[in-house]
Design a protein around this ligand. Structure first.
Ligand SMILES: [Zn+2]
Length: 242
């Protein structure tokens, strides 16, 4: 039975996508981001790692792969209309939800002041029979939520950020993607093609694979029972009252 999902039609004035690896955002949220960017939303991507472990080729060095994957991410983000891409350069596969990471994310939130944040699901360890969630996804998501509240918001948390000239900032909406706890859907019927194009920009990962069919299948499944064809789903938090 299809879950009852609230349809989210608004356009956040600004949004930050916080993910662990190059290509995470493209699988998870690129249709929504393309929709918002087309409507004028200011979009920043924050990548915690450079994806420097994403190869099975014994001749590829991690540092070379990192440089390539940063370029691919910048191209992918540009395709959906993002305004900026930031990297924290943590080591791929080694991320833990440390206070240092929470502070590093809070610093970027205070710098760009997004009204909305999209992040991964810190509670998802595995799904179905065949999927273990990458531990970096959980770690980055946990640090991202801790950065939104309380670290970016509260004046006395990480006072060194104030000394850097970064005033507190209150994020108002959080969209948690790739979750099994979804309660909200965004219509991406008009941007599913851009989503596929942005994923294809990660050539070191997808090669010549054409991802549109698979992404469309996911998005159609998500939108079952809606009056539109393709959707991306989220667990949604609205933090106005904090
Ligand atoms: Zn990933």
């Amino acid at each position: 039975m299809a879950k009852s999902l609230e349809v989210y039609d608004a356009i956040p004035e600004s949004a930050m996508v916080i993910v662990a690896h190059p290509d995470d955002a493209e699988f998870m949220v690129a249709g929504t981001i393309a929709r918002w960017a087309k409507a004028g939303s200011r979009i920043v991507y924050l990548l915690v790692t450079d994806g420097d472990k994403g190869t099975s080729d014994p001749n590829v060095r991690g540092e070379d792969l990192a440089a390539l994957r940063r370029q691919e991410q910048e191209a992918a983000s540009a395709i959906v209309g993002a305004n900026a891409v930031e990297f924290l350069h943590y080591e791929d596969g080694m991320v833990i939800p440390s206070l240092e990471l929470r502070k590093d994310i809070a610093r970027v939130i205070r710098k760009h002041k997004p009204k909305a944040v999209v992040c991964q699901d810190p509670t998802r360890y595995y799904s179905g029979r065949g999927y273990i969630n990458h531990p970096d996804h959980r770690a980055v998501a946990e640090a991202a939520l801790g950065a939104i509240y309380p670290a970016a918001r509260d004046r006395l948390t990480f006072p060194e950020l104030l000394k850097e000239g970064l005033e507190p900032h209150k994020v108002q909406e959080v969209f948690i993607g790739f979750t099994e706890d979804e309660d909200l859907i965004v219509n991406v019927s008009d941007t599913i093609g851009l989503k596929a194009e942005s994923l294809k920009a990660h050539k070191s990962q997808v090669g010549d694979w054409e991802p549109l069919d698979m992404l469309s299948e996911w998005a159609k499944g998500a939108a079952e029972g809606q009056d539109f064809s393709h959707g991306e789903t989220f667990r949604y938090l609205k933090l106005d009252e904090l």
